[in-house]
Design a binder for this molecule. Sequence first.
Ligand code: DLL
Length: 436
Amino acid sequence: MDTLFWEEEMETLPRAGLESIQLRRLRHLVARVYKTVAPYREKMDAAGVKPEDIQSLSDLAKLPFTVKEDLRENYPFGLFTVPMEEVVRVHASSGTTGKPTVVGYTKKDLETWSGLMARALTCAGVTPKDMIHNSYGYGLFTGGLGAHYGAERLGATVIPVSGGNTKRQITIMQDFCSSVLLATPSYALNLADTMADLGVDPAHLSLRVGVFGAEPWSENMREEVEQKLNIKAVDIYGLSEVMGPGVAMECLQTSRGMHIFEDHFLPEIIDPDTGEVLPPGSVGELVFTTLTKEAFPIIRYRTKDISRLIYETCECGRTLVRMEKVTGRTDDMLIIRGVNVFPSQIEHVLMGTEGVEPHYQLVVNREGNLDTMAVDVEVSEQLFSDEVRQLENLTRKIQTDIKDLLGVTCKVRLVEPRSIQRSEGKAQRVIDNRKI
Ligand code: DLL
């Protein structure tokens, strides 16, 4: 398969050349941030590090981390490095607790972002001939507008449908011949199920590829959505604090890991408990430093996302390091009676079980002093109408598989098809009633 590039030279730079660009950009950034943003300056002073101390890329580890709390404490614009008249757009992430985090962009930042998003779409084989159906939410969320401007920059046609109104989306897909779907993987499944309800056969649509991200999804989920929508599904990663969608992107060749756009974002993997930088190839928490952003650069931002960096060369010819599919977040780890449980591990068990649909929710409660976890999962129409004994066997099987994998006993509840609330954006997988 021939590789399509957006900026071939940057995407295929030998490592030494890439690192020299990164170092130059990093030194410039640190000096600028130190001068213009008091909270960064104070943290660096407290850590005893000055901009001149950054002489090599490994000196990055001398700099203090930035965490979500820093953004909250400086809400809304306290970490911006330019006067507000240079900021042409803001986005915010809703956040389930506390104040939202706000990010800003200059005109040049928007150009960089749309260029990187065009680069990401090109990785997925998207061309100006495509009709892009953008179901990422428009608004303060970076997904909708971020993807939108990248698609326009690429020269494709964008349908800015946003999330929701699922039946109408399907009509539009049919009538406008959408060839690329941009959505969260859970919304893509929602679309697929609604098509099945309406008797629409995806094989009769023009859809060819799905660019899915904004939430974790497993390999099994990929197979499911590829088969249900009759497309190739690729993973896209990003976060508002770093830019939005288009920080990293899977290529069509390997489907193993997303190329991080390292000429703009410097990744590290750290031990989430000690903060220590881990050797190449280790699994740990992803940390990003932006290298080119103007309004809202960020230094060593702790994403809480768990991944691993893959340095082997990729068949597509890109030299940019790949991050493995995000397997979970350090903060969505549930501790159930002392055992660490990631929703992705439960998803792995469920998706490997025949007759079970990719719609599930974990419900955590505290009864007395004891944590309890229930797994609600939909089963197929056919199974649901089967004998009770059959359902009991399935319940027991899932319970045993979860117990074997995680050592946790949970209650499994097989629920009717379509009874778990469908997502129109990011799916809510966990309801933790202990926090309330
Ligand atoms: O979700 C940006 C985005 C929009 C990415 C559209 C891709 C597509 P936030 O709302 O700030 O930004 O959420 C960022 O979402 O730290 C991850 O935990 C999660 N996330 C994003 N992409 C992926 C992915 C957007 N491909 C947070 N796989 C991140 C797993 C993802 N998790």
